[in-house]
Each structure stands twice: as structure tokens, then as C-alpha cells.
Write a protein that binds this ligand. Sequence first.
Ligand code: NAP
Ligand code: HSE
Length: 466
Amino acid sequence: MQPPCETVRIGRAVRVPVHCEAARQRLKPVGKLITELLMSAPLRLGIAGLGTVGTGVIRLIQTEAALIAARAGRAVEVTGVSARDRKKARDVDLSPYAWEDDPVTLARRDDVDVFVELMGGDAGPAKAATEAAIAAGKDVVTANKALLAHHGQALALAAEAGGRSIRFEAAVAGGIPVIKVLTEGLAANRIRRVMGVMNGTCNYILTRMESAGLPYDAVFEEARKLGYLEADPNLDVGGIDAGHKLSLLAAIAFGTKVSFDAVELEGIGRIAIEDIRSAADMGYRIKLLGVAQMTGRGLEQRMSPCLVPSDSPLGQLQGGTNMVVIEGEAVGQIVLRGAGAGEGPTASAVMGDVIDLARGIRIPVFGQPAALLSDAVAATVAAPAPFYLRMRLQDKPGALAKVATVLGEAGVSIDRMRQRAHDEGSAPVLIVTHRCTRDALDHALSRMPETGVVVGDPVAIRIEAV
Ligand code: NAP
Ligand code: HSE
């Protein structure tokens, strides 16, 4: 429990709350310098949502008040907070702040300059309070990818019409400042491709399956017990959470309206330990990989399990860590790696946005005015790629030849093939194809029952060049 809030007066009207003696002592000697720097009014935050991210933001503001004020050029202070349950113990001192039961009321308060939405959800109070904040002329900082993936264009138009901004660094890849990199550092680049591992829970499950040799269901249960899974686990393992993030990056990268509905989504639920082992044998790892690229056929957005070379940066990524790879015409390839979730990393991202607003930096929500973003024409066919195939074949003369014939007739050529020893009358066969379209492959797979030698459903996973 924090001691009662003390404040140090800075400048004319600025009071920086100081919650620990160490911080107070650090602040005292520089107080005069900061006083000279900080003649402007503080930036006042209303924070809705006091869970992992919200309490993390408050803790960071309380422990780093002086550092934040020095870097922002003015103090940043919390004036009001909101959550569902006022009585819940939260391990941060909320006594200096006004409490609002209704986040919409918080968003409209006169003493709130920036509404910080950390509740989550693509509708309900998150949407209502964000809209209310924008209507009341406030800037918004949010960690809510679901809200922006579904309503980003409408919210951005409304904010920009009023000269306000919505910042969402924490919504994509947690502590990795990828939104800043795309909207600012790489602003002069025509982006060729954005890809990455953007759901730490899925990466934890896949890497743990490999390291512990455990099946999917066992590791899923482990992740649940560790508290890694969202309340609706399908948001994680179904690829939806990562798909939300990819759609936001694609909007910035390609100047298109957010089009989450056009993201081709496939989760990790069908990945078997045999696939993890077989991929490893062939020099690959399986990742839930997001890829967005503008092709001659339109905007391709995919979030699906892919094989990537084990020795590539993406292949090396372990546990809950995220990685985003950006390829720009001028800059070449940039690789960003870091914690994709958790209190500290997300609070870091939220406060980066807040400090920008305190400095008076306001850039369009998706890097260019929302009114100029074009409609995303979705590519109906993904770019061709090699595929990994695993199937079980009966121990019959000519079985492999029959499979090869069906693949060949669909225009799918075999690059490599491996067959393991037979057990109980059938054998696992692994095939790596040359580049082909998913349509051609699906056509071939739909004809496999005709061969009379394939047992069960074949598994097909794209191999991504990274
Ligand atoms: P959380 O721990 O579940 O906290 C959610 C907070 O919102 C709680 O304080 C809850 O109140 C409050 N809340 C929920 N519904 C509300 C309502 N109807 N009215 C008022 N308050 C309400 O969630 P979180 O992990 O902090 O995530 C918050 C946001 O950050 C989400 O959009 C999430 O996707 C995003 N995000 C999270 C992480 C992460 O590592 N956790 C990383 C990146 C982005 P009570 O506490 O009273 O129940
Ligand atoms: N469920 C998300 C993840 C949390 O596992 O990455 C942050 O968005």
C-alpha cells in the first residue's frame, strides 16, 4: 500500500504528487530548474479502467512524476478515475483522484484534458466514453485494439474534425513503440510489408509446446492457469486479438481505412505437437504470424499459423514476446522486439502517448487525415507461397504416387518429401511444396479422398519468407 499522497509544488499551479521518499528527495534539488521549465498548466488525465494497464499507468505517473514532467515540459496529473467496482483493492493510492462510477461522466469532466480509455471491448462503455470525450473536445489515449479495429475510422474522423487526436501505442504489441515508428520515423517510406508475432499468449503456447513436448490442450490449460488468456480465450488462440492489431498497422502502413473484417483469420487450435516437431526437423518453427502487404491484387491481411525459418529473428522469438518486422522502400527492413503485454510495458506505451500530447504533438490518428484514407480493396487471393503438408498414407503400393499425381494435377509441385516409419498400417508423410496459391493447394486437398490412400485430414501450413 502506498503512503498517503504528498505533492511538491512546481511553477505557478502545478503540483506533482510524490509517493515515496526516494522520489521526493530526487525531485527537491531540481525543483528550481523544473520550476523554470514548467510555467504551463499541467496536463490533466481522466483514466477509465483500473485493471492491469490502468493501475500500471497510475503507478508509473506516481513513481516517475518528476521525470515525466521534465520530459513532457509540464506536469502530468490524474484528476479522475473510473472502474466498475469502487471498493476493489487495487494496490495503488487512488485517494487524490475524483471517482466517477460512469466513464462517460469522467470523459466529459471539465478538469480532464485527455481521456485515457483502459477498459477494453469494442462496444459498451469504452465506445460510449471515447465518443463522449471526443464530443467534449478531449484528446484520447487508449490501449483498446478491439475498439479501433471496429470503429477506428469513425472515431478518427470525429476526433480530427474537432482538432483532437486518438493515440493507441499500447494497443499494438504492448511496449513496442511500433505506431510511433510507422507514423513518424518511417513516415517517408512506401511500406512494402508489415508482419509480426503480435499475440504473446499464442507465442507462449507454441514455444512451450516445442520446449516441453506437450500437446496443445495441456499448454492451453497451463496458459489459462498462468492468467495469460483473455476472458474470451478465442480472442487469443483464434487470432482475433492479433488480427485487430494487424488491421491497425495495415491502415497506417498503406493509408487505408481500418478493415478488420478483411483480415484472413486462422487460430492456432489445430496445431498438433507432430507439426511442431516435424517443422523443427525441417528447420522451421510455427508462429501465429500476421502479414499485411499491398499487392497488385489489393491489400492482403493474414493472421494465421505459418512456418518461418528457425534461425530467423521471428523463428527465434520465445515465450510471450512480440516482434514486428517492417519493410520500407527507403529504409529496408526494421525489426522491433519487446514485451507485448503486462503492466509495465503497456503503461510505458500509454505514457509515451500522453507525453506527446503534453508536448503539444498531435498527429493524425492513422498517420494521415482519416478523411484521406482510401477504402481497402481486399486481395481475394493471397500471394503464392510454399506450403508444409502433413498427411498419413496407407501402406499400399503406389500411395505416394497417387498423392503426387493429385498435387501435380492441381499445379502444386513438390519440393521436398519425407516419410516416417509405418505404424498400424499407415505412415506420416511430410511434404514441402514449391510456391503455389492456397486455392490450388485447397483444390488438391479436396481431391485427396479420391486417392483412397490418405487417412484423416491433411494439415497444410504456409511457409512465409521472412
Ligand atoms: P483488465 O485488467 O480486465 O481491467 C479492465 C478495467 O476496466 C477494470 O478496472 C474494470 O473495472 C474496468 N471496466 C470494465 N468494464 C467497465 C465498465 N463497464 N465501466 C467502468 N469500468 C469498467 O484489463 P487490462 O488488461 O488492463 O486491459 C485494458 C485494455 O488494455 C484492453 O483494451 C486491453 O485489450 C488493452 N491491453 C491490455 C494489455 C495487457 O497486457 N493487459 C496489453 C495491451 C493492451 P473493475 O476493476 O472494477 O472490474
Ligand atoms: N492477449 C494479448 C496477448 C494481450 O497475449 O498478447 C495484449 O494485447
